[in-house]
Design a protein around this ligand. Structure first.
Ligand SMILES: Cc1ncc(COP(=O)(O)O)c(C=O)c1O
Length: 427
C-alpha cells in the first residue's frame, strides 16, 4: 500500500503533546515543606500560590485547591447559592436548572454543573476564535430567558471575545464562570484570562503552561465567597473545638508540597509562553503554503499563551475520513489529507498529537441535550460540512482539526521533522 510517511525515522524518546517543564528550584520549596514538616494542606507555599494566582489574574482573592475541576465545582456552588439559595445539605445547588456551557471544551468545564444537578445547554463555537460564539449565546438567551448561569472556557489558550460574552451575561442578569484552565497568562483586551468571570478557575495539571503535577485555584473578587470556598474545601468545618458541621464539605484543599512546585513555576510563566509562541510560529511558517490554518485569534485584542498549537485542514483538501465513537478510518489521497492520517503519521514518529477536543454536544452522554448554533440549524447530520457555514461549527472544527505536539522542550530540529511529516501527508 502507498504510505506517504514511511521514510521518516521515529524519535528515540517520545515527544509529548505538552508535558511538565521543571527547572530545579521546585525542589527547594518541596524540601522546605519536608524539613519543616508542613506536609499537609496548610503552609507557606499555599499562601504564596494564592497570592501569585490572584496577582497574575488581577483579582483580589485566590483559593488553592486540589484541581481546577474542584475549583470549578466550588465556582458552580457559589454561583448556584447566589442565584438560587438552597438548603445547606442539598447536593444540587442547580437542581433542574439549565446552564449555558461552552461546547468545544474538555468535559471538566461542565462536569461540575452536572454534579450540582444542572442541565447543560451547549452553545456553538465562534469560527474566528474556537471559543463560545457570542451570537449563539444571544440566541440561547432569546430561547431560554430564565437561564442565569454561563460557563465559558478559553480553548487552547487562545482567548475569544469574553468581554462581549460578559456583557451579554450581565444584560440578562446571568453570572459568568470563566474556565481559564488552558489560558493562564493569556489576555483579552489587556485583561488577563481568569479576570473576566464572576468566578474563575485556573489549572496546574501536568500538561498546563505551568504545573504542580496537579492543582488549581478558584479566583474571585468577593472575600466572603473566597472564605466560603476555602471552608467547603476543608470539609466545611465550623469554627468550634470539635467537628461541627452545618453544611456538606469537600476534601479539595491543595497540598503544601504541590504548592511548593507551583510557587516556583510562576516566575517561569512568561518564558513558557515565549517557548509556546515560538512553537506556534514555527508551525505557522512551516505549514503556511499548505491548505491548512492554525488556531485563529483576533490579532489586535487577543494575546494568547499559545498553550496548544492546533491546525485545521481546508475543506477542499480533506481526504475521506469517518469516525465511529472510538475509531477513525480514512482513505489516502494524493494532495489531500485528514486529521486521522496526520495523527497516524505523527504517532509513527513517536510523537503525540491529538484530535481537537470532541464537542460536548457530540458526546453520547449529552446527545439529548440542547445545542444552540449561530443560525439555529442544529446538530450536523453527516460528515459533509460546508466551508464557512454557520451550521454546527464545532462538529466541523472537530472533523477537520487536530492538536500538534506542543511541548516546551521540543527542539526546533524535532519540530522541523514533525512539520516534514505533516507536509508529506499532503503529497
Ligand atoms: C478547559 C479545561 N477545564 C478544566 C480542566 C480540568 O483541570 P484539572 O485537571 O486541574 O482538574 C482542564 C484540564 O485538565 C481543561 O483543559
Amino acid at each position: 500500500m502507498y504510505v506517504k510517511t514511511e521514510r521518516f525515522r521515529p524519535f528515540e524518546k517520545k515527544l509529548w503533546l505538552a508535558s511538565p517543564t521543571m527547572h530545579g528550584e521546585e525542589l527547594q520549596y518541596v524540601r522546605e515543606a519536608y524539613d519543616t514538616n508542613w506536609m499537609s494542606t496548610v503552609g507557606a507555599n499555599i499562601t504564596a500560590v494564592e497570592q501569585l494566582a490572584a496577582e497574575q489574574a488581577g483579582v483580589k482573592y485566590a483559593v488553592a485547591l486540589s484541581s481546577c475541576t474542584a475549583a470549578l465545582h466550588l465556582c458552580v456552588k457559589l454561583a448556584g447559592e447566589r442565584l438560587y439559595s438552597r438548603p445547606a445539605i442539598s447536593h444540587g445547588t442547580l437542581e433542574g436548572r439549565h446552564v449555558f456551557c461552552s461546547d468545544m471544551t474538555f468535559s471538566a468545564t461542565l462536569n461540575p454543573v452536572v454534579y450540582e444537578g444542572g442541565i447543560p445547554v451547549f452553545i456553538d463555537t465562534d469560527r474566528d476564535s474556537w471559543n463560545m460564539s457570542p451570537t449563539a449565546l444571544e440566541r440561547a438567551f432569546a430561547l431560554y430567558p430564565d437561564v442565569k448561569l454561563v460557563v465559558y472556557a478559553e480553548l487552547y489558550g487562545f482567548p475569544g471575545n469574553i468581554q462581549k460574552i460578559r456583557q451579554i451575561c450581565h444584560a440578562h442578569g446571568a453570572l459568568l464562570i470563566e474556565d481559564a484552565a488552558e489560558a493562564m497568562g493569556a489576555f483579552w483586551a489587556d485583561v488577563p484570562c481568569g479576570g473576566f468571570g464572576d468566578y474563575a478557575a485556573v489549572s496546574y495539571n501536568g500538561n498546563k503552561i505551568i504545573t504542580g503535577s496537579s492543582g488549581g485555584c478558584l479566583l474571585t473578587n468577593d472575600i466572603s465567597d473566597a472564605n466560603h470556598a476555602r471552608k467547603w474545601s476543608t470539609q466545611a468545618r465550623e469554627n468550634a473545638a470539635w467537628y461541627q458541621h452545618e453544611e456538606v464539605g469537600y476534601n479539595y484543599r491543595m497540598s503544601n508540597v504541590i504548592a511548593g512546585v507551583i510557587r516556583s513555576q510562576y516566575p517561569h510563566l512568561e518564558a513558557h509562553i515565549a517557548q509556546k509562541k515560538a512553537i506556534y510560529d514555527r508551525y505557522w511558517e512551516g505549514l503556511r503554503d499548505l491548505p491548512v490554518q492554525m488556531n485563529p485569534f483576533d490579532q489586535t485584542r487577543s494575546k494568547p499563551n499559545y498553550w496548544l498549537s492546533a491546525m485545521i485542514i481546508n475543506p477542499e483538501a480533506m481526504c475521506g475520513q469517518v469516525r465511529s465513537d472510538s475509531e477513525a478510518l480514512y482513505r489516502p489521497e494524493h494532495g489531500k489529507s485528514c486529521p486521522a492520517e496526520i495523527l497516524e503519521a505523527i504517532s509513527g514518529l513517536n510523537a503525540e498529537g491529538r484530535p481537537i477536543w470532541k464537542p460536548m454536544h457530540m458526546q453520547p452522554m449529552y446527545r439529548m441535550h440542547e445545542f444552540i448554533t449561530v443560525n439555529g440549524s442544529g446538530r450536523a447530520k453527516t460528515n459533509a460540512y460546508i466551508a464557512g457555514s454557520t451550521e454546527d461549527i464545532g462538529a466541523d472544527i472537530f472533523h477537520r482539526g487536530l492538536c500538534l505536539p506542543s511541548d516546551n522542550k521540543m527542539t526546533a530540529e524535532q519540530q522541523e521533522r514533525i512539520i516534514a511529516v505533516i507536509r508529506a501527508c499532503f503529497d
